[in-house]
Write a protein that binds this ligand. Structure first.
Ligand code: ADP
Ligand code: MG
Length: 478
């Protein structure tokens, strides 16, 4: 009998606001410990939280993108627990009434299959501080800079059936939040991370197995590895007559294993109650319409458009629409070049290669789409061959000017003059009597020799297509 894997993810999306969710302290990453924590973040008595309006707008935008319900009124609750990095003794979160509920996210799997993953809810909450274990020998430091940083926790239904599906879901959500401009997506800095709830059950069973929750996964690779380890651990346990206990586990990347952290608390352990310091979040239809008007075109709509309007294949369309800046560049380039396929090829080829070499991202690309569009047009009108165009691109990258300026300066003009080309070809034929004889006697392979000679004499400037056509005509034979 085989096993089925069941996974639900809780993704923590750090919202890209300048200040914290309930205070005016800055959220910038990497500051000196405890320099960005004010009285509110420190949990001092006598201060009150004030909601940052930006986080509500951002939650609405995600809710719209997920086709979710946006609550007209939602409530902040206190989640009570003690931990050194939580000076108030409670985390402000949302419990019974989250701001976003019942959404869905379509994901595409490696075999091309599409799957719709249901999103249970997305709620606003504040992040906790950090315990620093490696700064002082024998002591743990507390850095409260992160305390009060806004998070949107996005909880999925247990709809995912493999590590691959979980990774595809997390990647799609990552793409979406960056598109919406609500999160910088920086996983190393923890701006986008998840807890994976994993269980297994006998294939065909309708009841869910007991789950373990693996905390704080901040890379797609760790998510995949942690799930695979966990699935194997649970199956081994069950097949040897044991039981999975509901618990919280940690993934240790160095050993590629998960380890028990603590037994899982239930909601009642947290003594949730509505926070008396904060009013309910009221969202009006007007506010929702305002956010809807500000929504960018979503990545899957762009992917679809690239296939239907631009004639790209699904893989290219997906790759180009992944990132908003790349997609914007691509569309500007396609328009400037008047040729979407050529634009896609240039972007996936020369442009990305050059960006990679320089360790740069597309917003800093020194060759503007309009300039590259002119270069592509010079290939289409026959001025440049493909390899000459690459040289010109290199020169443009180095700041040597526009395509036409580089072509002039370097004398890189493909010879399209049929008369000049015919003379060149006549010369080559006259110089190679024995090759001509063999070719005409049926040695077809020699054709490449003639092409090579002509290209050489033209210093690579002859139009290869014209060379082929004219040579065939003049050599006759096959
Ligand atoms: P909490 O972790 O705070 O107790 P929930 O009980 O709502 O919250 O579950 C959180 C996540 O666990 C959700 O993503 C849900 O889909 C997933 N989940 C719940 N039960 C299971 C299960 N048996 N197997 C796998 N995932 C599960
Ligand atoms: Mg949980």
């Amino acid at each position: 009998m085989s096993w089925e894997t069941v996974i639900g993810l809780e993704i923590h999306v750090q919202l890209a606001t300048a200040s914290k969710i309930f205070s005016g302290a800055a959220t910038a990453y990497g500051a000196e410990p405890n320099t960005q924590a004010c009285a509110v973040d420190l949990g001092l008595p006598g201060v009150l939280p004030v909601l940052n309006a930006r986080v509500v707008e951002m939650a609405i935008r995600l809710g719209l993108a997920l086709h979710a319900e946006i609550a007209p009124s939602s409530v902040f609750a206190r989640k009570n627990y003690f931990y050194p990095d939580l000076p108030k003794g409670y985390q402000i979160s949302q419990y019974e009434l989250p701001i976003v509920a019942r959404g869905r996210l379509p994901i595409r799997l490696a075999d091309g299959r599409e799957k719709v993953v249901r999103v249970t809810r997305a709620h606003l909450e504040e992040d906790a501080g950090k315990s620093v274990h490696d700064a002082y020998p024998g002591a743990t430091g507390i850095d409260l800079n992160r305390a009060g940083t806004p998070l949107l926790e996005v909880v999925s239904e247990p709809d995912l059936r493999s590590a691959e599906e979980a990774v595809a879901y997390m990647r799609t959500m990552h793409m979406l939040v960056r598109y919406l401009g609500i999160c910088d997506g920086n996983m190393q800095e923890g701006s986008f991370r998840c807890d994976a709830n994993v269980s297994v059950r006998r294939a065909g069973s309708e009841v869910l197995g007991t789950r373990a929750e693996v905390k704080n996964l901040n890379s797609f690779r760790f998510l995949e590895k942690a799930i695979n380890f966990e699935v194997e651990r649970q199956i081994d346990l069950l097949e040897s007559g044991g039981k999975v206990v509901q618990e919280t586990r940690l993934y240790d990347a160095d050993r590629d294993e998960t380890r028990s952290m603590r037994s899982k608390e239930d909601a009642h352990d947290y003594r949730y109650f509505p926070d008396p310091d904060l009013l309910p979040i009221v969202v009006t239809p007007t506010q929702i319409e305002r956010e809807r008007a500000l929504m960018p075109e979503l990545p899957w709509a762009r992917q679809q458009r690239y296939v239907t309007d631009y004639g790209l294949n699904v893989q290219d369309a997906d790759a180009l629409a992944q990132d908003r800046a790349v997609a914007d560049y691509f569309e500007a380039l396609a328009a400037a070049a008047g040729d979407a396929r050529a634009a896609a090829n240039w972007l996936n080829g020369e442009v990305f290669a050059a960006l990679n070499r320089a360790g740069m991202e597309i917003p800093h690309c020194p060759v503007e789409p309009s300039a590259l569009g002119l270069l592509i047009a010079r290939v289409r009108d026959g001025t440049l061959s493909g390899s000459m165009a690459k040289q010109v691109f290199e020169a443009m990258w180095q700041g040597e000017g526009s395509a036409d300026e580089v072509i002039e300066a370097r004398g890189l003009r493909q010879v399209n003059d049929i008369g000049a080309l015919a003379a060149l070809i006549d010369g080559v034929i006259a110089d190679s009597p024995s090759q001509v004889e063999q070719y005409r006697a049926g040695k077809d392979k020699l054709f490449g020799y003639f092409v090579g000679q002509v290209m050489k004499k033209s210093q690579g400037k002859a139009n290869p297509q014209q060379v082929n056509d004219l040579l065939k005509e003049k050599l006759g034979g096959s």
